[in-house]
Ligand binder design. Structure first.
Ligand code: G16
Length: 544
């Protein structure tokens, strides 16, 4: 085994987005591109002697080759051990759990999350640090600076790594350990929940489906729901990870869940259905004839957390949501006296609050929910929360949601995406919005009153890290809110996200169609930002 020093020219497009770097697969697999980003990670966060690195991935096209590249480069850059999920597969929450359980220095996750996979799809790399959480903004900036200056990367020569053989392989400079990716993760989850109660529910006629979208959660869901909790075979749909996810983006959105949606909105829906994304950190919860909005899911979990063994007893706990996420959590926090925090978008902002014990539960509008058991959002954890709460309360999804709204009120919510935009056009749109006063915005939409407009700036109360320009929010009409923000997870161009919210209190109309309730806000949002004229789009390209 020899350490090789391979010359490269610096790349000028490796600035991480909301969570790591995402680019078209053809870009990422071009000579030196992946290697440049990895070398920058290893130089920006150098491992101490004896350190271990966890490598996971969602099984997308190029992930197996990238896992071997990552392992060789890690050993050549000072790591003593690289722990890889069998076949290169390990979900993002499982990587976070394993970093923490094994005291690893960091983790590399080879995934572009919910983005389409395949040779014509996207690839991505996320880096998590010793806490198990995503790299901080500062570390991301340091990695970016390194990519601009690199002239070589380091790797290790030697025979091929067998990603399918559980056990250790000695590569001279260090050890590669292939592990079953489900073992430690399931051991992390089990003490948090009442498994006997969930098993009794699943064996007692309650009907449940989980759509793994041919992505990484398939093996986990088979092991958890069918093997461990006794749900009947067939509970897990699309449970085999495929390099192209079967040709659809592994994005838990109704557009990509045709079979599940047909079942849940058909004449014989099951009692609960759920789906997760490519790397297993997002979740979608469905009941008969309904999708639970991510903000409601977070609020329902917070309101019922005491029913979960992880939260029963003990003192009060803190909660957090990202800025564009619906304010349903705020209502629960206020009513139950929970400490509440609002952060910028991106799980990295929750991590320091979780580390400090400031919060124990948090979530985002982008179908992410999680707790202090790890430092990532966790799709299967969220599904177990719902199963546990339903088992403990002996109620249905619809009743649980209806009772929740009757007590706390309802935050009607929708995210409208305007995708495929030119990055300069999108940047100018946001800059112009940022310069708008409330009275100017108000004058643009005569049908609704704009009360205030501001741009979220944030200072982390624990470590002082700061962020500006995290989105522009307007208070509109009677208890309505519009928020604009550019996506940070695309691989090219820009996507404008417009988040719409309208609150109805207990005793008011709680069971309307969100599309109707929010239609005036959508019209106002498009007018205020001049979206049709600037982008040529007469309406959103996706709504969730
Ligand atoms: C990532 C982050 C999330 C964040 C989301 C936002 O999710 O981990 O914390 O909410 O991006 O995406 P966007 O910037 O496109 O709105 P993931 O699941 O894609 O890694």
């Amino acid at each position: 085994m020899t350490i090789l020093r391979c010359p490269i020219s610096p790349f000028d497009d490796q600035k991480p987005g909301t969570s790591g770097l995402r680019r078209p697969t053809r870009v990422f697999s071009a000579p030196g591109y992946l290697e440049s980003f990895l070398q920058a990670i290893f130089e920006a966060d150098p491992p101490p002697p004896g350190a271990a690195l966890v490598v996971g991935g969602d099984g997308r096209y190029f992930a197996d080759k990238a896992a071997e590249t990552t392992a060789r480069m890690a050993l050549a850059n000072g790591y003593a051990r690289v722990i890889i999920g069998r076949g290169g597969l390990m979900s993002t929450p499982a990587v976070s759990a394993l970093i923490r359980r094994r005291g690893a220095w960091g983790g590399v996750i080879l995934s572009a999350s919910h983005n389409a996979g395949g040779v014509d799809g996207d690839f991505g790399v996320k880096y998590n640090t010793a806490s198990g959480g995503p790299a901080s903004q500062d570390l991301g900036d340091a990695i970016h600076r390194r990519t601009l200056a690199l002239t070589e990367y380091r790797t290790l020569s030697g025979p091929a790594v067998d990603l399918d053989r559980i056990g250790e392989q000695d590569l001279g400079a260090g050890t590669i350990e292939i592990v079953d990716p489900t073992t430690d993760y399931l051991a992390t989850l089990e003490p948090l929940f009442d498994f006997p109660a969930i098993a009794a529910l699943l064996k007692g006629g309650f009907r449940f489906r989980f759509d793994a979208m041919n992505a990484v959660t398939g093996p986990y869901a088979h092991a958890l729901f069918e093997d461990r909790l006794g749900a009947p075979p067939g509970t897990v749909m699309r449970g085999r990870p495929l390099p192209d996810f079967g040709g659809e983006p592994p994005d838990p959105h109704l557009d990509h869940l045709a079979a599940l949606a047909a079942e849940m909105f058909g004449p014989e829906p099951v009692d609960l259905a759920a789906a997760s994304d490519g790397d297993g950190d997002r979740n979608m919860i469905l009941g008969p004839g309904l999708v639970v909005s991510p903000g409601d899911s977070l609020a329902v979990i917070a309101a019922n957390a005491r029913l979960l063994p992880a939260f029963e007893g003990g003192g009060s706990f803190g909660v957090a949501r990202s800025m564009p996420t619906s304010r349903a959590l705020d209502r629960v926090a206020e009513a139950l006296g929970l400490d509440f925090h609002e952060t910028p978008t991106g799980w990295k902002w929750f991590s320091s609050l979780l580390d400090a014990g400031t919060i124990r539960l948090c979530g985002e509008e982008s179908f992410g929910t999680g707790s202090d058991h790890i430092r990532e959002k966790d799709g299967l954890w969220a599904v177990l929360c719902w199963l546990n709460i339903l088992a403990a309360r002996g109620t249905s999804v619809g009743e649980l949601l209806g009772d929740h709204w009757a007590r706390f009120g309802r935050d009607y919510y929708q995210r409208c995406d305007f995708e495929g935009l030119d990055a300069d056009v999108a940047g100018r749109l946001m800059a112009d919005l940022g310069a708008l006063s409330a009275s100017e915005a108000d004058a643009l939409c005569p049908d609704l009153t704009v009360g205030s407009i501001d741009s979220l700036a944030y200072r982390d109360p624990v470590n002082g890290a700061s962020a500006t320009d995290q989105g522009i929010r307007l208070s509109v009409g009677d208890r309505g809110r519009i928020t604009y923000r550019l996506s940070g997870t695309g691989s090219a161009g820009a996507a404008l996200r417009v988040y719409l919210e309208q609150y109805a209190g207990p005793g008011e109309a709680l069971h309307h169609d969100p599309r109707q309730v929010l239609a005036p806000l959508l019209a106002a949002a498009q007018t205020i930002a001049g979206i049709p004229a600037r982008t040529g789009l007469s309406g959103p390209t996706a709504i969730s």
